[in-house]
Design a binder for this molecule. Structure first.
Ligand SMILES: [Zn+2]
Length: 91
Protein backbone atom coordinates (compact mmCIF):
# COMPACT_ATOMS: atom_id res chain seq x y z
CA UNK A 1 0.00 0.00 0.00
CA UNK A 2 1.45 3.33 -1.07
CA UNK A 3 0.76 6.63 0.55
CA UNK A 4 1.26 10.21 -0.52
CA UNK A 5 4.32 11.70 1.12
CA UNK A 6 2.64 15.04 1.56
CA UNK A 7 -0.90 14.34 2.73
CA UNK A 8 -0.74 10.61 3.52
CA UNK A 9 -3.75 9.70 1.40
CA UNK A 10 -3.74 6.22 -0.07
CA UNK A 11 -2.63 5.92 -3.68
CA UNK A 12 -3.45 3.31 -6.27
CA UNK A 13 -0.62 1.75 -8.26
CA UNK A 14 -1.61 3.53 -11.48
CA UNK A 15 -1.66 7.02 -10.02
CA UNK A 16 1.29 9.21 -10.87
CA UNK A 17 0.01 12.20 -8.93
CA UNK A 18 -1.88 12.39 -5.66
CA UNK A 19 -5.59 13.03 -6.24
CA UNK A 20 -5.94 14.82 -2.91
CA UNK A 21 -3.10 17.33 -3.01
CA UNK A 22 -1.86 16.96 -6.57
CA UNK A 23 1.77 16.34 -5.69
CA UNK A 24 3.69 14.03 -7.99
CA UNK A 25 4.13 10.52 -6.72
CA UNK A 26 7.72 9.42 -6.52
CA UNK A 27 7.83 5.68 -6.49
CA UNK A 28 10.60 3.96 -4.63
CA UNK A 29 10.77 1.09 -7.07
CA UNK A 30 11.48 3.35 -10.03
CA UNK A 31 15.13 4.16 -10.59
CA UNK A 32 16.15 2.04 -7.64
CA UNK A 33 15.02 -1.09 -9.47
CA UNK A 34 18.40 -2.05 -10.84
CA UNK A 35 20.27 -1.50 -7.59
CA UNK A 36 17.55 -3.27 -5.63
CA UNK A 37 17.69 -6.26 -7.95
CA UNK A 38 21.45 -6.29 -7.61
CA UNK A 39 21.17 -6.32 -3.81
CA UNK A 40 18.75 -9.23 -4.04
CA UNK A 41 21.05 -11.25 -6.31
CA UNK A 42 24.09 -10.48 -4.17
CA UNK A 43 22.15 -11.48 -1.05
CA UNK A 44 21.44 -14.90 -2.55
CA UNK A 45 25.07 -15.31 -3.62
CA UNK A 46 26.22 -14.24 -0.19
CA UNK A 47 24.04 -16.84 1.54
CA UNK A 48 25.21 -19.57 -0.85
CA UNK A 49 28.82 -18.55 -0.36
CA UNK A 50 28.46 -18.42 3.42
CA UNK A 51 26.90 -21.89 3.40
CA UNK A 52 29.72 -23.17 1.19
CA UNK A 53 32.25 -21.67 3.57
CA UNK A 54 30.62 -23.50 6.44
CA UNK A 55 30.33 -26.74 4.42
CA UNK A 56 33.96 -26.55 3.34
CA UNK A 57 34.96 -27.07 6.97
CA UNK A 58 33.27 -30.46 6.99
CA UNK A 59 33.06 -31.71 3.41
CA UNK A 60 35.57 -32.16 0.62
CA UNK A 61 33.27 -31.62 -2.39
CA UNK A 62 33.27 -27.87 -1.85
CA UNK A 63 36.03 -25.45 -2.86
CA UNK A 64 38.66 -24.85 -0.19
CA UNK A 65 37.73 -22.92 2.93
CA UNK A 66 40.05 -20.04 1.99
CA UNK A 67 38.38 -19.61 -1.40
CA UNK A 68 34.89 -19.70 0.12
CA UNK A 69 35.78 -17.31 2.90
CA UNK A 70 37.35 -14.94 0.40
CA UNK A 71 34.27 -15.06 -1.85
CA UNK A 72 32.02 -14.37 1.14
CA UNK A 73 34.18 -11.42 2.14
CA UNK A 74 34.15 -9.94 -1.38
CA UNK A 75 30.39 -10.44 -1.68
CA UNK A 76 29.92 -8.74 1.67
CA UNK A 77 31.80 -5.68 0.45
CA UNK A 78 29.93 -5.65 -2.87
CA UNK A 79 26.63 -6.01 -1.04
CA UNK A 80 27.27 -3.07 1.26
CA UNK A 81 28.16 -0.79 -1.64
CA UNK A 82 25.16 -2.01 -3.66
CA UNK A 83 22.90 -1.37 -0.66
CA UNK A 84 24.26 2.15 -0.42
CA UNK A 85 23.63 2.62 -4.13
CA UNK A 86 20.05 1.38 -3.78
CA UNK A 87 19.44 3.74 -0.89
CA UNK A 88 20.86 6.69 -2.80
CA UNK A 89 18.76 5.89 -5.88
CA UNK A 90 15.66 5.41 -3.79
CA UNK A 91 15.78 8.90 -2.40
ZN1 LIG B 1 -1.19 13.99 -1.40
Amino acid sequence: MEKCRDCNSILTKQETACYACGCAVKRKTEGAGLANNMVRVINVLLVVSALLTLASLFFSFTPTFTKCAFATLVLGIVKSSATQMAEREGK
